[in-house]
Design a protein around this ligand. Structure first.
Ligand code: NDP
Length: 514
């Protein structure tokens, strides 16, 4: 584990206090990082603004070279990165490899390659008769200084990952990682520096919520990932300075299993994407609705697979399936949801307790619940833990109604051997991304926008919008060939006005009247 001294090579900063970083799988303190106050954040912002124009001037090729070198660095140092992620999150080696390092390596290459295409000037043709012969251009220029505020569940993917398109677009970036998991961000800044990123273009503002709030005041755009409650606070604060925000918030993703589904595939997907990252994924499978004829068979398959999971500390590749929880208070939330379900009549078929007694760290066992309904917190609130509540439904209509009975709308999945029927159901779910006979993997398609409906967020990541949000849109109108005076200009005359009236009738007066 790299020492904290190695992690703090940044512009001089005021230190408001120290934050102890724990390994949540053991409870041991593994590092300390500074808790930056508002003055230190302002200082990082000043330094970043000073160097941003030179970074922008490097152009897509120059910036792309840095990002591609960082991609190589990440692959060459993947073991060190994985160990750092595992040590501050408690997740398994595979969770860090598949959902973090693979995502990060892909993202560095993807945005290096696609930034010029997504941000290229667009020639616009206008139907306005007054604009004939003029050149109309839509261009995207960097917004300036972007603030990324990240959560603790994916310190690479959801924190650093959002910085990559912002940098590719030519911005300076300040990342405020969760105080629970700052070490990965600090290590990746080191990667960018070694790859040629000029000093100050990116900085890590370590600290708690107050540091995040201070960052909002300093930047030109905020990309936030975290809870809906904090997302509202971020938007309120950003409103004071009319700073644009993109928010990826909580979710309560439903999975619908229709009677004609491949039950083996559906059960594998439910267990994997319900338990991936110990259930601490914004697009985890959080609740399952199964048509009555196949409910018992599906439950039997899920139960068998969930019982076989090794819920243990990851000591290397292949040593555990489900890791510890990352954020200690999250264990209390999971426990409350399971207890509430029990109290209201649900049955716990697998797990149902913290386990790991006396071994230290923050744990909750992979848990399968049946006999659940919408009076229970486990079906209505974001659990963000390793629970899989399964509810029997009469038919697809009931499943759709219950799937949409939620304040959230991030992701969803539908399973049916009839892909067309699955798609028809998918189109009726109120969620930003819905998979058919798959779950979750839409996130790996960086070409496909990913964002929430309802209380799950605002704006999106990935696709053209995932980088254009880090740019200012500017419209240009250029007249090359022109007269000294346009025909509609003063003085108004009866002859010209009559001519313009005729033009209006000619152009627009032929529409059908019902
Ligand atoms: P938060 O939403 O509170 O934290 C997300 C980030 O925002 C962290 O970096 C946090 O800093 C920072 N922050 C906190 N307060 C402010 C503020 N007022 N202004 C600016 N930034 C702020 O998530 P939590 O970690 O508290 O988790 C709470 C719940 O959110 C979980 O139980 C889970 O349900 C959900 N969640 C959803 C995630 C998702 O991917 N959609 C990810 C993580 C959590 P710090 O951590 O240092 O306090």
């Amino acid at each position: 584990m790299a020492s904290v001294e190695e992690h703090t090579a940044q512009p001089p900063a005021e230190v408001a206090g120290d934050i102890a970083v724990e390994n949540p799988a053991t409870g041991e303190v593994i590092a300390h990082v500074p808790d930056l106050g508002p003055d230190a954040v302002a200082e990082l912002a000043r330094a970043a603004r000073a160097v941003q124009p030179a970074w922008e001037a490097l152009g897509y090729d120059g910036r792309g070279r840095v990002l591609r070198r960082a991609q190589k660095w990440l692959v060459d140092h993947s073991d060190r990165v994985i160990q750092t992620i595992v040590s501050e999150t408690g997740k398994t080696y595979e969770d860090a490899l598949i959902a973090e390092v693979m995502y990060g390596a892909n993202a560095l290459g993807f945005w290096a390659k696609n930034a010029p295409r997504y941000l290229a000037d667009e020639r616009i043709r206008s139907s306005s008769p007054l604009l004939k012969g003029k050149k109309l251009v839509l261009r995207y220029r960097p917004i300036g200084l972007v603030g990324v505020i990240g959560p603790w569940n994916y310190p690479l993917t959801n924190s650093f990952g959002d910085c990559v398109p912002a940098l590719a677009a030519g911005n300076a970036v300040i990342l405020k990682p969760s105080e629970v998991t700052p070490l990965t961000s600090l290590l990746l800044l080191e990667a960018l520096r070694e790859s040629g990123l000029p000093d100050g273009v990116m900085a890590i503002a370590t600290g708690g919520g107050a540091t995040g709030a201070a960052l909002i005041d300093e930047v030109d755009m905020v990309m936030f990932t975290g809870s809906t409650a904090t997302g509202r606070k971020v938007m309120e604060r950003a409103a004071q300075t009319l700073t644009p925000v993109s928010l990826e918030l909580g979710g309560k993703d439903p999975m619908i299993v229709l009677a004609d589904a491949d039950l083996e595939r559906a059960a594998n997907q439910a267990v994997y994407y319900g338990m991936l990252n110990t259930g601490q994924t914004c697009i985890s499978v959080e609740r399952v609705y199964v048509e009555a004829p196949v409910h018992d068979e599906f439950v039997a398959k899920v139960t068998e697979k969930a019982r076989a999971l090794r819920n243990d500390r990851s000591t290397g590749p292949g040593t555990a399936d489900v890791g510890s929880m990352t954020f200690p208070p999250q264990v209390d939330i999971v426990e409350r949801h399971v207890q509430d379900a029990r109290d209201k009549g649900a049955q716990v078929l697998v797990g149902g307790s913290r386990g790991h007694d006396g071994r230290g760290g923050y744990w909750y066992e992979p848990t399968v619940l049946v006999g659940v309904d919408h009076t229970m917190a486990c079906m209505r609130e974001e659990t963000f833990g390793p629970t899989l509540p399964i509810m029997k439904v009469a038919d697809a209509e009931e499943a759709i109604r219950l799937a949409n009975d939620s304040p959230y709308g991030l992701g969803a999945s539908v399973f049916s051997k009839d892909a067309a029927r699955g798609e028809a159901v998918a189109r009726r779910i109120d969620a930003g991304a819905v998979c058919v006979n798959d779950s979750n993997v839409n996130y790996t398609a960086l070409e496909l926008p990913m964002g929430g409906m309802k209380s799950s967020g605002l704006g999106s990541r990935h696709g053209a919008g995932g980088i254009r949000k880090y740019a200012q849109q500017q419209s240009l109108l250029i007249s090359r060939l022109h007269t000294r005076k346009d025909i509609h200009m003063y003085p108004n005359t009866a002859r010209v006005t009559a001519g313009l009236g005729k033009l209006v009738r000619l152009l627009y007066g032929r529409g059908k009247r019902d």
